[in-house]
Design a protein around this ligand. Structure first.
Ligand code: PLP
Length: 330
């Protein structure tokens, strides 16, 4: 269903343990070591320059997704745009703020004067595994800048490109070399198997990040000190991330072949942690058909009203379970 199952890498567990004597309050902004590690990783993984980049650790990325509209002062009468088929928390966060949610992948469909304050993009996407090309992201950023709206790009699956190369909103090809109005949201949950630690961060427009820091300090949204130390170890080590990526790559191949042979059509899924599948029938029929074989998947309708004929299959199961799925589909 999507929760990581492989071990937390030893190098990260050791860093957590070594930092466990932490009687004082941690820094909301992150330790200097963590801020430097985030900036260095963003520069490597997102192709972003470090000059003028705002960075801030978050308690996993879900809390930031859920509270970003509120933290930015978005409220009733404002519009938050979310992808038509999306991780549900974008909508939940807009609703927590009392804002109006519009689901669309095409900003031109919005009409002339909606009060759009925030546009969410998610590439590679959950649940579809779709990768948005640089030109598409660039159009979104230009559109939002013209209207003074913020673009929040949820990039938690960026390191998991398979048949397409995902690109960050912070890359100069998309941002035009300026971070104005853009925020990239990242997570170590999947890259480093740290879902249980709650370790994420946001990077981008320094003025927006400063505003988030100010509010989060007062709201007590602080990453625990041992987790901050663990994040430094995770960000500075690419080896474990590459090993984990290879595990997912192998599982993806097995599942892709097994579901295709069983008559499923795989759509998008060019990156990320999921296969987006359809049998051209109502998703609950597919969920039921698979459940009878002891295979649990997520119904497409969880992610949007236009996804009623799809199911989402996660790559986050042990090799043994993945092999069992393939055997049951054969
Ligand atoms: C698209 C997307 N964003 C954010 C998250 C939240 O991840 P976390 O809070 O573990 O960083 C998830 C988790 O599955 C996700 O799929």
């Amino acid at each position: 269903m999507g929760t990581p199952v492989d071990p937390v890498p030893e190098v990260i567990r050791r860093a957590l343990a070594d930092a466990s004597d932490a009687p004082g309050y941690p820094l909301t902004a992150g330790t200097p070591a963590l801020r430097a590690a985030i900036a260095a990783w963003v520069s490597r993984a997102c192709g972003a320059g470090v000059d003028g980049l705002g960075v801030l650790p978050t308690i996993g990325s879900k809390e930031l997704v859920a509270w970003l509209p509120t933290l930015l002062g978005i409220g009733p009468g404002d519009v938050v745009v979310v992808p038509s088929i999306a991780y549900p928390t974008y909508e939940d966060g807009a609703r927590l703020a009392g804002a109006t949610v519009v689901r669309t992948d095409s900003l031109t469909s919005l009409g002339p004067t909606p009060r759009v304050r925030l546009v969410w993009v998610n590439s590679p996407g959950n649940p579809t595994g779709r990768v948005l090309p640089a030109a598409h992201l660039r159009k979104v950023v230009d559109w939002a800048r013209e209207r003074g709206a913020v673009v929040a790009s949820d990039e938690c699956y960026l390191p998991l490109g398979w048949s397409a190369e995902p690109i960050s909103v912070l890359s100069p090809q998309v941002s035009g070399g300026s971070y104005a109005g853009v925020l990239a949201v990242h997570s170590l949950s999947k890259r480093s198997n740290l879902a249980g630690y709650r370790a994420g961060f946001v990077a981008g427009d320094p003025a927006l990040v400063a505003e988030l820091l100010k509010v989060r300090k007062h709201a007590g949204m602080i990453v625990p000190a041992p987790v901050q130390a663990a994040m430094v170890a995770a960000l500075e080590d690419e080896r474990h991330a590459e090993e984990q990526r290879e595990r997912y790559r192998a599982r993806r191949e097995v599942l892709r072949a097994a579901f295709t042979a069983a008559g499923f059509t795989v759509e998008h899924s060019e990156a990320g942690l999921y296969l987006w599948l359809t049998r051209g029938e109502d998703c609950w029929q597919t969920v039921d058909w698979l459940a009878r074989r002891g295979i649990l998947v997520a119904a497409g309708v969880f992610y949007g009203p236009t996804a009623g004929q799809h199911v989402r299959v996660a790559l986050t199961e042990s090799d043994e379970h993945i092999a069992a799925v393939a055997a049951r589909l054969a």
